[in-house]
Design a protein around this ligand. Structure first.
Ligand code: ACO
Length: 340
């Protein structure tokens, strides 16, 4: 290990989305809601739901294979796998270890990271640190969540919001032409109760009573999380830009966590970033938690909205409460076709 800090960058990107589409009309049949309410309050039209029997490692491995393919990297070259998830296959072992075995990434260390919807940027920061310090050369990071598995489909205030998905990236040393220019991470645990699954951990182990009381499902104080999100996206993105000496008008693309179009629009207004520079796909996938940012990066590349030499800001926020922002100079050529 040497003490010289090396810059890290994304050299491969991929994603995996379940095939089954669940439209707003479905929710009109199961709870007291309308397509119009969901679309105007969230921007969501549909989301994808993984079939029964599919778990985080299945979707995560698919996204990882796609990212490895785009990097031209074999699984044997990977030194470390970090899986950002709050809906892993099981409480333990780590989903990252399950994925490691699936890929045949035999020399890789593996661990999971729980930072809610900020998880992918937290994983990126961790990968950049391992690379910067010279400990590792190739890190595979995965953001995957199947929040459908912990959603209460009788609760109209949460069930319409979430979808399943996975995204992954290969992170490696970068030259001056591209790479991670800055990272900001944050947490305010005083907001832990605002977004949680209460049962199933050491505080409140799962019992018949906790299931009866529906404490194994997501509970969210929506409007508090909303206000937090608008503030923190603007603050974290501004701080990340300041750290690398850039102004918002030098940003080519803004890629926020895809939770709610009103949160994205308000944050973009605060940052004075015009709509055409904001990437949005929440209408198609809903909130895919830790997967939302890597899916968005992958789609932005495929759609030609993120090109070699462009500078973009990725900003996540979520359970914890946590937030994370990174300014990245993109170094990959656009690819044809879909990796989904
Ligand atoms: N259909 C119809 N009415 C609804 C629905 C629905 N699906 N959901 C809630 N309502 C009702 C409420 O019951 C309430 O009715 P009331 O006034 O009679 O009590 C009314 O709509 C307004 O409710 P609000 O919660 O104030 O609605 P709001 O405009 O805040 O939108 C929403 C709710 C969409 C949940 C919003 O608060 C939000 O997006 N919050 C942030 C969520 C988020 O971004 N989470 C990200 C982190 S996720 C992670 O880390 C895993």
């Amino acid at each position: 290990m040497n003490n010289q800090v090396r810059r890290a960058g994304i050299v491969g990107i991929g994603s995996a989305i379940p095939e089954q589409v669940c439209t707003n009309q479905y929710f009109e049949k199961i709870v007291d809601t309308t397509d119009e309410w969901i679309f105007t309050r969230t921007g969501i039209k549909e989301r994808r739901i993984a079939p029964a029997g599919e778990a985080a490692s299945d979707l995560g491995a698919r996204a990882a294979i796609s990212a490895l393919d785009s990097a031209g990297t074999s699984p044997e070259e990977i030194d470390l796998i970090i899986c950002a998830t709050i809906s892993g296959d099981m409480p333990f072992p780590a989903t990252a270890s399950v994925i490691q075995d699936r890929l045949g990434a035999s020399k890789a260390a593996a661990f999971d990271l729980a930072a809610g919807c900020s998880g992918f940027v937290y994983a990126l920061a961790s990968a950049a640190s391992f690379i910067g310090s010279g400990v590792y050369d190739k890190v595979l990071i995965i953001g995957v969540d199947l929040l459908s598995r912990m959603t209460n489909y009788a609760d109209r205030s949460t069930c319409v919001l979430f979808g399943d998905g996975a995204g992954a990236a290969v992170v490696a040393p970068a030259d001056d032409s591209h790479g991670i220019l800055s990272i900001v991470l944050g947490s305010d645990g005083s907001g832990a109760d605002l977004l949680k699954v209460e049962a199933g951990g050491s505080r409140l182990p799962t019992t018949a009573d906790t299931v009866q009381a529906q404490k194994h499902y997501i509970q969210m104080a929506g409007s508090e999380v909303f206000k937090f999100a608008v503030r923190v996206i603007g603050d974290a993105a501004s701080e990340a830009l300041e750290k690398c000496g850039l102004s918002p008008d030098e940003v080519d693309l803004f890629i926020p966590h895809q939770a709610n179009i009103r949160i994205i629009d308000s944050a973009a207004r605060r940052l004075k970033i015009p709509t055409e520079k904001v990437f949005v796909n929440v209408q198609k996938y809903g909130n895919t938690s830790a997967a939302s940012i890597p899916i968005a990066i992958d789609e932005a590349v495929q759609e030609g909205r993120l090109k070699k030499g462009d500078t973009f800001v990725a900003v996540g926020f979520g359970a914890g409460l946590t937030w994370a922002a990174s300014v990245i100079k993109w170094g990959m050529d656009s690819r044809d076709g879909s990796t989904h």
